[in-house]
Design a protein around this ligand. Structure first.
Ligand SMILES: *[C@@H]1O[C@H](CO)[C@@H](O)[C@H](O)[C@H]1NC(C)=O
Length: 236
């Protein structure tokens, strides 16, 4: 797959107020991909959905609803045209530079705290990769359950132009079950695999052990401190 994605229309960063907030307009394009995003403080607020042919607000629920002016989507389509023209010229000008590759990092965790026998969701968070294409596979006790999982769209990390996404798997924790999430990406020699194990630790034990060790350490510190304090005074 030929993917020449660059931060073409250059991240247009407008500083609304020098200290408080950062308004963001981002355009990306390649032969096959296109993204037009508006955001605030590194978070996406609006993006053009080119398959739905309209703009989509992606605000969290606690925000008062508002929308972008009419014509924003049409403007985005025009911006992408410009971006592709510029990209063609740049690739020629830079003599066909190699496409940068950055490998992803991943982590697996549950949506809510895991309890045996109660429905939950495993989340595989994959971030920091470039170009924006990954394949994600899931296993339960070494059995392929990829078909049960779903994949989000690609989100851009606005600080560095790398991408992130999440894959989710609905599941019910059963004692001894082991799950894994494997990621394949062009910058990886072999799949990046993270596992998640159903842990049936007795609640509370871990906490009191930590508390006990911490308390013992603290008391020891006081004792040692007092010892040297007295010793120091005696030397005078
Ligand atoms: C697991 O299943 C998916 C979807 O059916 C398939 O694309 C993938 O190749 C399978 N992986 C393995 C290791 O069998």
């Amino acid at each position: 797959m030929k993917l020449c994605l660059i931060l073409a229309c250059a991240a247009l960063l407008y500083t609304v107020s020098a200290v408080k907030h950062r308004d963001l307009g981002l355009g990306l394009c390649s032969d096959s991909e296109r993204e037009r995003i508006y955001g605030l403080d590194g978070e996406e607020v609006w993006h053009a959905d080119f398959s739905l042919e309209k703009g989509v607000m992606t605000l969290p629920q606690f925000v008062d609803p508002y929308s972008y002016a009419e014509g924003t989507y049409e403007q985005a389509v025009a911006d992408i045209e410009t971006c592709r023209n510029n990209l063609g010229l740049s690739i020629k000008g830079y003599n066909n530079p190699p496409i940068p590759k950055v490998a992803p990092q991943s982590s697996v965790y549950t949506k809510s705290s895991a309890q045996l026998g109660s429905k939950n969701t495993l989340i595989c968070h994959i971030t920091g990769f470039y170009p924006p294409h990954v394949e994600v596979f899931w296993t339960r006790n070494n059995v392929n359950v990829t078909d049960e999982a779903s994949l989000s769209r690609y989100y851009i990390n606005t600080e560095d132009g790398t991408f992130k996404l999440v894959s989710t798997l609905s599941f019910t924790p059963e004692e001894g079950d082991i799950y894994s999430c494997s990621v394949q990406h062009t910058a990886l020699d072999r799949a990046l695999t993270k596992t998640w194990e159903v842990d049936v630790e007795l609640p509370g034990v871990g906490g009191s052990v930590f508390c006990g060790v911490g308390l013992a350490g603290g008391l020891l510190g006081v004792a040692v401190g007092t010892f040297f304090l007295i010793k120091g005074n005696n030397c005078n």
